[in-house]
Write a protein that binds this ligand. Structure first.
Ligand code: ARG
Length: 576
């Protein structure tokens, strides 16, 4: 066990039990990073309350029973009863040396029986992906990679919006422009123009609108020709999505698209089941559930619309069927919906209905991993100068072009330059998303994202490239660096201690579906490395043992950064 916080928690817990008996054994030792030491245990404060004793006295009793021989150099009580814990450099060095041969870098597998459905990306057929989808895609894909790294079974579900009323209009418009032309436009990603043109026809030509409405009906009735035309739209969109996912190194495949239409055959049954159970009732001709706890401003219960009065099913119906399928058929133990915050109510109602129906029980959890807004400099949803949605593909291209300019003077070989620019541009874009708490909104800013300093993709990539170049210069393979790691300088100590936190940050990111916790950790490591590299000569170290130790620290840093960036889905160029 390399995680110092876990080791200290165990030792402090044992001391609490020894001092106050098994009755207090469950008390959380409350180990926190400390300003005055490496960590502090805060358990004495709540314990003092429940024991009716002065907290300092509780702290003293804990310390009297605390066995941290070989782990800590110094244990001190401070303030009202904090126990300050300073690790010994020897212990840190030993643990770090151990990580060198630990292929999991201290991140033990968790919950082997967990089966997690991650609903993310949320693309729609015949619609452009925009910058909001980028966030839901990058965050979801990082969550998936992290959970799989911890040995959990993960089902990716993009919940492709491929069904609904717009398809009548889109099919009729396809017929007007010709199938081949429509396919070409869409596969190239020209959705917005296509969609807007169809919409304009729909709004201005009553005969067209009538054809579109009839087309929805025949499509939903399973008319083969309508289905074939619909498929033209779906396959063109899939071509576009595949291109985007490949470019962004997103692990979603065709098999993960989990299209809404997949649930069509289940919708009638789901409605019947909910109606029979009394969970859904007819209200104004529509079938609605009214899960408890959801009322509007007027105090009236908010409907979860399962079937409109004209018999049509909608977004909510599909989500009801999807959650039922995921829980009862896939037997998922955890559902994570990586979806925009604006859908919070819809998802909470979906979960509530699933709970009422008995699909969602104590055997499983459902959570909405909320995605906040990406804004422009005006603080509003990011828009182009002409007020349109910013296209994801334009952002990708611009990020790569700008990255090419940043590194332009470093490489003569155009192929290498292009490869590195692609990795740096895509890395900057994805990391820009992943380094922010997913629920907060942030201002989109190419300059900040591409900066070579600060918590950015390029800064982390650069740290790895720098380490690789140390080994290249020495003609050594980082995999061969065996240490042992020995600590003499403060900067070595800080770096080694930071590296021990890898497992903890991966576990935390997995539990909370918050990749930015891992990103923040990697930034800490890279910063500690930068300081270390400034003050500790590596190849020029006089003492061969010191040189070996520092090379081992470099190699471990490289592995932690490369593995961590891999879990975030951020590409890592070999040189930069
Ligand atoms: N396609 C939807 C949208 O663009 C997102 C889907 C989210 N997932 C879900 N199960 N509802 O808004």
């Amino acid at each position: 066990m390399a995680d110092p916080q876990e080791v200290l928690a165990e030792r402090v817990s044992a001391a609490v039990t020894a001092a106050f008996g098994a009755g207090q054994a469950g008390a959380d030792p409350l180990i926190r990073p400390s300003q005055f030491a490496d960590f502090q245990a805060n358990v004495a404060l709540p314990l003092a309350k429940s024991l009716g004793m002065p907290p300092r006295q509780v702290a003293e009793r804990i310390v009297a029973h605390l066995d941290v021989a070989g782990v800590c150099d110094r244990v001190e009580i401070s303030g009202p009863g904090f126990v300050n814990l300073t690790l010994s450099a020897g212990w840190i060095a030993g643990q770090a040396t151990g990580l060198l041969t630990d292929e999991r870098l201290g991140a033990a597998p968790t919950d082997p029986s967990a089966k997690v459905v991650v609903d993310y990306s949320g693309p729609n057929v015949a619609k452009e992906l925009h910058v909001g989808h980028l966030r839901a895609t990058a965050v979801g894909d990082a969550v998936v990679r992290i959970l799989e790294f911890l040995g959990q079974t993960v089902v990716r579900a993009a919940h492709l919006g491929d069904w609904g009323t717009p398809f009548g209009m889109l099919i009729e418009y396809t017929l007007e422009v010709g199938e081949a032309a429509a396919h070409a436009d869409l596969a190239a990603g020209d959705f917005t123009a296509f969609y807007q043109a169809a919409r304009a026809r729909f709004d201005s030509d009553e005969a067209f609108a009538e054809r579109a409405r009839r087309r929805v009906a025949t499509l939903q009735a399973g008319d083969p020709e309508s289905l074939r035309l619909w498929q033209v739209l779906v396959s063109a969109s899939m071509e576009y999505l595949r291109m985007i996912y490949r470019r962004l190194d997103i692990t979603l495949t065709d098999a993960d698209m989990d299209p809404e239409s997949f649930y069509n055959p289940m919708l009638a049954d789901v409605c019947a089941e909910l109606e029979d159970a009394g969970i859904a009732v007819i209200s104004d001709g529509a079938l609605c559930a009214f899960p408890p706890g959801f009322t509007g401003r007027d105090g009236k219960p908010i409907p979860f619309m399962l079937r409109k009065s004209d018999g049509a099913y909608g977004y909510a119906t599909t989500d009801a069927a999807a959650i039922r399928y995921r829980l009862l058929d896939l037997k998922a133990t955890r559902l994570i919906y990586v979806v925009g915050s604006e859908q919070a109510q819809h998802l909470q109602m979906t979960f509530a209905v699933a709970r009422q129906a008995g699909w969602l029980t104590d055997q499983a959890t459902a959570e909405h991993a909320k995605i906040g807004l990406v804004t422009g400099p005006d603080g509003k949803r990011l828009k182009t100068r002409t007020g349109e949605q910013v296209k994801l593909i334009d952002l990708i291209n611009e990020a790569v072009e700008r990255a090419a300019r940043v590194i332009a003077d470093r490489y003569d070989d155009p192929v290498l330059r292009e490869q590195i620019a692609e990795a740096v541009g895509i890395g900057a874009l994805k990391y820009g998303d992943l380094s922010v708490a997913r629920e907060s909104s942030y201002t989109f800013d190419f300059d900040r994202m591409l900066a070579l300093t600060g918590n950015t993709g390029p800064y982390l990539q650069y740290a790895t490239a720098r380490i690789r170049s140390i080994f290249r210069k020495a003609g050594l393979d980082p995999a061969g660096a065996a240490g042992p790691i020995r600590i003499t300088e403060d900067a070595e100590r800080a770096l080694a201690l930071a590296l021990l936190g890898f497992g903890r940050s991966v576990h935390l990111a997995a539990q909370t579906a918050e990749p930015h916790l891992l990103a923040g950790f990697l930034f800490e490591v890279a910063s500690a490395f930068t300081t270390f590299y400034e003050v500790c000569p590596v190849l020029k170290a006089d003492d061969p043992a010191v040189r070996d130790s520092r090379l081992a620290l470099c190699a471990l840093t490289l592995r932690v950064l490369v593995t961590g960036l891999g879990l975030l889905g951020v590409p890592v160029p070999e040189r930069m």
